[in-house]
Design a protein around this ligand. Structure first.
Ligand code: PHE
Length: 455
C-alpha cells in the first residue's frame, strides 16, 4: 500500500568492500555458472573466451562506468535518475525501461534459481551418487521441469529468499548478505575447479579453454560474446545504476567497476575450469547447450569420487550466486516504488513479489502444461529470456551511453568519474574513457543490437 511521502534519508553502502561485493554479487550469477560455460562449449572454446574478454574490458566496462555515473550523480532510482538529470525530457522513458526490464528478468531468473534449489535438495539427499547414466539424468531434468508443482515450489522459495533479503534494506540486507556470501562463493568455486582439473584426462578440457583457434572467430561468435558480456555484467537496465546511487561520493567508482568486471571474468573462467575439464574427462559433449549444468554436471558428480559432496557445494554455489544477482534486479523495482510511488520498503517488496511470482508461474508452466501457449512463436520463458537479453538490455545499454556521452555535460561526467579531479589516476584515463563512451560503445552496441534483431 502506498504510504505517506517518503522523506527518509537514502541509504548508502557502508563500506568500500560492501560496494564491491554488491556490484560483483549482481554481476556474478547464473550468467557465469550456467550461461558462460555452455556458450564457451557452443562457440568453440578459447576463441570465444578471447573475444569475450575484449568485449568486457573495451566495450562493457565503459558502459558500466556510465551506469554508475548516472546513479551516483543523481542519487536516485533508475526512473528518478533521468527525471533529475534531464528534467522534462523523454529520457524518463529510458527510466521506465530500466525498471521494467529487471521485473521481467527477475521472474524467469527465479524459475532457474528454483531449479537450483531443487537440485541442491537432490544433491543433499544424495540422489546423484549411484552412477546414473546421462540419459537417466536427462529424463530426470525434463520430467522435473515439465511438472507443475515441484518447479513452482523452487520458484516460490527462491523468490521468497530474494524478497526477504531486499526487505532488510541496502546496508543490513544486500550489503551484509554479499559480504558473507561472495567470499564463500569464491572459495566454493575454487574447490570445485581444483577437483575438476585434477581429474585424469582433464588436460584436454583445459587446452580447449585456453588454446584459442582464431579461425573460429566470426560474426556469430562476436555477437554471442558481447551479448554474454552484457548479461554477465548486469548492464542495460537499472541495476548498476541503482547500486551506483548507493555509492557515497568519496568512493572511487572507476575502481569498484573495474574490480567488478575483473572478478566477474575470473569467476566465469573458474566456472569453466570447474565444468569443461570434467566434461572432457568423461568424454561428454561440450556443445550440450543450456542443459549443461543440470544434466551433464550431475552425471559427472554421480560418476566421480567425492562427487556427492562436490554436487552439494556446486548447487549451493549456484543458489548463492543467483541470489546475489536476483536481489539486485529486485532492488531496482523496489527503489523505484519507494522513491517515486511512496511505498514503504516492505509494501514495495510485497508488490514486486506478487507480480514476479505470477509472471514466474507462467514461465515455469511454459515447460509443461503451457508449452503449447506461444507468443510470437515463443514459449513464455523463451520470450522473456530473448526479449530481455537480445532486445531490452542492448537497447537500454545503447541509450545509456548515448545519454552519458551526448546528453550529460562532459564536465559533469568527468567530475563524477574523477571525484572532482581528486583521483589522479582516473584523471589520466578519463579522456580515453569518455571517447569510448561517446563514440565506440554506441557504435559497437548498435552493431550487435542490429545483428541480434536481424538473425
Ligand atoms: N549478471 C547476472 C548473471 O550473470 C544476471 C543479471 C542480469 C543480474 C541483469 C542483474 C541484471 O547471472
Amino acid at each position: 500500500m502506498p504510504s505517506t511521502p517518503n522523506t527518509m534519508e537514502r541509504e548508502n553502502f557502508a563500506t568500500k568492500f560492501g560496494v564491491l561485493v554488491a556490484m560483483a554479487g549482481s554481476a556474478i550469477g547464473l550468467g557465469n555458472l550456467w550461461r558462460f560455460p555452455y556458450l564457451v562449449g557452443s562457440y568453440g572454446g578459447a576463441a570465444f573466451i578471447f573475444v569475450y574478454i575484449i568485449c568486457v574490458f573495451v566495450l562493457c566496462l565503459p558502459i558500466l562506468f556510465s551506469e554508475v555515473i548516472v546513479g551516483r550523480r543523481s542519487h536516485a532510482n533508475a526512473f528518478g535518475a533521468f527525471k533529475k538529470l534531464a528534467p522534462g525530457s523523454r529520457w524518463k522513458w529510458l527510466g521506465a525501461l530500466s525498471v521494467l526490464t529487471p521485473l521481467i528478468i527477475v521472474s524467469y531468473y527465479s524459475v532457474v534459481g528454483g531449479w537450483g534449489v531443487e537440485y541442491f535438495f537432490k544433491s543433499v539427499t544424495f540422489e546423484f551418487t549411484d552412477g546414473m547414466t546421462q540419459s537417466q539424468l536427462g529424463t530426470l531434468f525434463s520430467s522435473f521441469t515439465s511438472s507443475v508443482w515441484a518447479p513452482l515450489m523452487g520458484h516460490t522459495i527462491f523468490l521468497l529468499m530474494t524478497a526477504l533479503i531486499v526487505i532488510s534494506g541496502v546496508k543490513s540486507g544486500i550489503e551484509k548478505f554479499g559480504k558473507v556470501m561472495m567470499p564463500m562463493l569464491f572459495v566454493l568455486i575454487v574447490i570445485i575447479a581444483v577437483r575438476a582439473v585434477t581429474l585424469p584426462g582433464a588436460a584436454e578440457g583445459l587446452a580447449y579453454l585456453f588454446k584459442p583457434d582464431f579461425s573460429k572467430i566470426d560474426a556469430s561468435v562476436c555477437s554471442a560474446a558481447l551479448g554474454q558480456a552484457f548479461f554477465s555484467l548486469s548492464l542495460g537496465m537499472g541495476t548498476m545504476l541503482t547500486y551506483g546511487s548507493y555509492v557515497s561520493k568519496k568512493e572511487n567508482i572507476a575502481a569498484s567497476s573495474s574490480y567488478t568486471a575483473i572478478s566477474d571474468t575470473i569467476f566465469a573462467l573458474l566456472a569453466s575450469c570447474a565444468i569443461m575439464p570434467a566434461v572432457f574427462a568423461f568424454g561428454l559433449d561440450p556443445e550440450e547447450g543450456p542443459s549443461l549444468v543440470f544434466e551433464t554436471l550431475p552425471f559427472i558428480f554421480s560418476n566421480m569420487s567425492l562427487g556427492a559432496f562436490v554436487a552439494i557445494l556446486f548447487f549451493l554455489a549456484l543458489i548463492v550466486a543467483a541470489l546475489t544477482s536476483s536481489i539486485s534486479l529486485y532492488e531496482v523495482v523496489v527503489a523505484y516504488l519507494v522513491e517515486e510511488k511512496h511505498y514503504t520498503r516492505k509494501g514495495a517488496a510485497i508488490l514486486v513479489f506478487v507480480v514476479a511470482w505470477v509472471l514466474g508461474i507462467l514461465c515455469s508452466l511454459s515447460f509443461g502444461p503451457l508449452s503449447e501457449f506461444r507468443i510470437f512463436g515463443q514459449t513464455v520463458f523463451n520470450l522473456f529470456d530473448k526479449l530481455s537479453a537480445n532486445f531490452l538490455m542492448p537497447l537500454g545499454g545503447l541509450l545509456i551511453v548515448i545519454f552519458v556521452g551526448w546528453v550529460m555535460k562532459k564536465s559533469d561526467v568527468i567530475d563524477e568519474f574523477t571525484n572532482g579531479g581528486s583521483l589522479k589516476a582516473n584523471v589520466r584515463v578519463s579522456g580515453f574513457v569518455y571517447f569510448l563512451i561517446r563514440y565506440i560503445c554506441p557504435l559497437a552496441v548498435l552493431a550487435v543490437f542490429l545483428t541480434a534483431l536481424i538473425f
